[in-house]
Ligand binder design. Structure first.
Ligand code: OAD
Length: 243
């Protein structure tokens, strides 16, 4: 049995809950241009358009619930406890809604906002700003309130990244679910792990991918469960992590 399991999730784990993935048929980036709504320069150029996009996503989130993949991962965490670590690129709350507790949101959280200028900590926020009213200002007097998500052109939060690499360095099994393997630095996690090759006891660390198609970084995975997350995650857990 594995003692330290690192799970990485991407948009595909939430697809069957009704949240579109970014790439591929019906993907978010087919409808919107990432440079116009999810880039730091987009915020500087047209913050109202950026808020329109995230207001839509906040509203959409009220309609969705976790699917069997989120639930199975939360159950696995309950069994393994502190040996379990979930790093998600998703800004949605579906892992938490399913009961997951050890979750690092490396790309931020849809229901959090922060000031674009001062160092006020991010705060929980469900508000939407697409009605033409002026955008909310921070109490610091200079900044505008923005979603607490990581955009292209921004660095990932250092503390989350450090914690994530610490977990990567000590895991003895790596599972990725529903991520195309093209966005850095997350796409390189599995390569980083493969360069390490063995855990402290000298055992090889298996790397497993779950999703309907092979990701761009497929060469670093040992095993594939090709299919949808809601079908394959429970199957993988039953086979690889029997209770
Ligand atoms: P992508 O949209 O790039 O990839 C989604 C992956 O999910 C694809 O590999 C699909 O094959 C897979 N998939 C689709 N349906 C699935 C299902 N039912 N079950 C399992 N897998 C399924 O999403 P990410 O890799 O998460 O960043 O994207 C990474 C980042 O790029 C996002 O966090 C976002 C985006 O631009 C920012 O916005 C900064």
């Amino acid at each position: 049995m594995f003692e330290r399991v690192f799970v990485l999730t991407g948009a595909g784990v939430s697809a069957e809950s009704g949240l579109a993935t970014f790439r591929g048929e019906g993907g978010v980036w087919k409808q919107y241009r990432a440079e116009e709504v999810a880039h730091i320069n987009a915020w500087r150029r047209d913050p109202k358009l950026v808020w329109e996009f995230y207001s839509f996503r906040r509203r959409k989130h009220h309609e969705v619930k976790p699917n069997p993949a989120h639930v199975a991962l939360a159950e696995l965490e309950r069994r393994i406890g502190d040996g379990f670590f979930l790093c998600t690129q998703n800004v949605d709350r579906l892992h938490e809604m399913a009961g997951s507790e050890r979750v690092a949101h490396i790309h931020g959280k849809i229901f959090e906002s922060k000031c674009d200028t001062c160092r006020r900590p991010p705060f929980y926020d469900e508000s939407t700003h697409d009605d033409g009213a002026p955008l909310p200002r921070c109490e610091c007097g200079t900044g505008t309130i923005r979603p607490n998500v990581i955009w292209f052109g921004e660095s990932l939060p250092e503390s989350e990244l450090a914690r994530t690499f610490e977990e990567l360095d000590r895991c003895d099994c790596f599972v990725a679910v529903g991520t195309s393997g093209v966005v850095e630095p997350v796409a390189s996690f599995v390569r980083h792990l493969k360069l390490r090759r063995q855990n402290d006891e000298g055992r090889t660390i298996p790397t497993i991918y779950v999703g309907p198609e092979r990701p761009a970084n497929a060469e670093y995975f040992d095993d594939f469960y090709l299919g949808t997350a809601s079908e394959m995650v429970p199957r993988l857990i039953a086979e690889r992590f029997p209770s």
